[in-house]
Ligand binder design. Structure first.
Ligand code: SAM
Length: 312
């Protein structure tokens, strides 16, 4: 199945007819001055079309076609934990093998974005042969213009310069979107996970935007505590300073995975009854909501907590 953005094959078919039709006219027409004039005009058009045809047939590619070996495709999809609820988009999809494998072996849906017309035709044929044509589609489209907001997994086998150019767009995707790349990484954006089985494979989980100052009231008996926390963030790496009822408290073990934030603060409000506060929450816009557990084992008690962003 090919998508709505696909306009070029039709253009190409028309141009093809435009090239052949004048040639038929030229061949059949009689030898009058008028027909010669028309023929001159038509031959001119025909020559112009001949010059334009290779340009249309060969769109400018930002990356040459080099397929990912099948075992590396398997590893990319395994590392990204692809499943039936995923929509996998492969940017620069080549012969379609990544999205076809995602559909066939993992039950996902897939979209391949590719500029090479012949590879698109090949992908559609391979999808039919694999019996997954109802779960995948291939768009003839520039990967920089692809709509990515519905993707849960994006696969990339692209040159470093292309990865660099795509990075801001990738970082702005819905928190939790998984990005999995073969061979080339995203430079200073460190992967969340990485494996090497013949080739390097990198996984990133798009982090929520957690940086800023946050305030929360913690309904922990015997007295409510006011938590103020200032989070600094570089990609998924987070750290923070915190104050509990105005007293500085160190923040331990802070992690951010997609929209999931967790950290620990030692509650020393009652010096004789110190306990760890284990925070977990989801960052959604300017709020963090989740659970905080005070203490461990039999002494563990959990409470809901909600923080709002009070500044940047
Ligand atoms: C290195 S190959 C990767 C193919 C496939 N993803 C795989 O891993 O087997 C890169 C692909 O990107 C395609 N490509 C290059 N520039 C593109 C662009 N601007 N938009 C869409 N596809 C592009 C190429 O035609 C090629 O098929």
């Amino acid at each position: 199945m090919r998508g709505e953005q696909d306009e070029k094959p039709e253009t190409r078919r028309l141009l093809f007819l435009g090239v052949l039709a004048p040639w038929r006219f030229h061949y059949c027409s009689c030898f009058s001055l008028a027909s010669l004039a028309v023929r001159g005009w038509v031959v001119g058009l025909w020559l112009a079309a001949l010059v334009a045809l290779p340009a249309l047939a060969q769109p400018k590619l930002d990356i040459p076609y080099v397929p990912t070996p099948h075992v590396v495709v398997d590893e990319m999809l395994r590392l990204a934990n692809v499943g039936p609820r995923d929509l996998v988009i492969d940017l620069g999809s080549g012969d379609g093998r990544i999205v076809i494998t995602a559909a066939k072996k993992f039950g996902a849906r897939g979209i391949g974005v590719e500029l090479d017309f012949h590879l698109l035709i090949q992908s559609e044929e391979s999808a039919r042969q694999a019996g997954v044509e109802d779960r995948v589609k291939f768009l003839e489209q520039d990967l920089f213009k692809a709509e990515l907001s519905q993707a849960t997994v994006i696969t990339l086998y692209l040159l470093p310069s292309v990865m660099r150019k795509l990075k801001p767009k990738l970082l702005d995707l819905k928190p939790g979107t998984r990005l999995v790349a073969h061979e080339f990484d995203l430079e200073d954006w460190k992967p969340d996970r990485q494996t090497t089985i013949r080739k390097n494979v990198f996984l990133w989980i798009v982090p929520a935007k957690a940086a800023g100052r946050w305030q929360a009231r913690l309904p922990i008996p015997p007295i409510e505590r006011l938590l103020e926390i200032a989070i600094t963030q570089r990609y998924q790496e987070v750290s923070a300073n915190a104050w509990l009822n105005g007293v500085q408290a160190q923040v331990w073990e802070m992690t951010l995975s997609g929209d999931r934030l967790s950290f620990v603060i030692v509650d020393s409000t009652d010096r004789d009854n110190e306990a760890n506060l284990y925070f977990e929450g989801r960052v959604t816009g300017n709020a963090i909501e989740g659970e905080v557990a005070r203490g461990v084992g039999n002494a563990r008690a959990t409470f809901k907590w909600r923080a709002v962003r009070s500044g940047s």
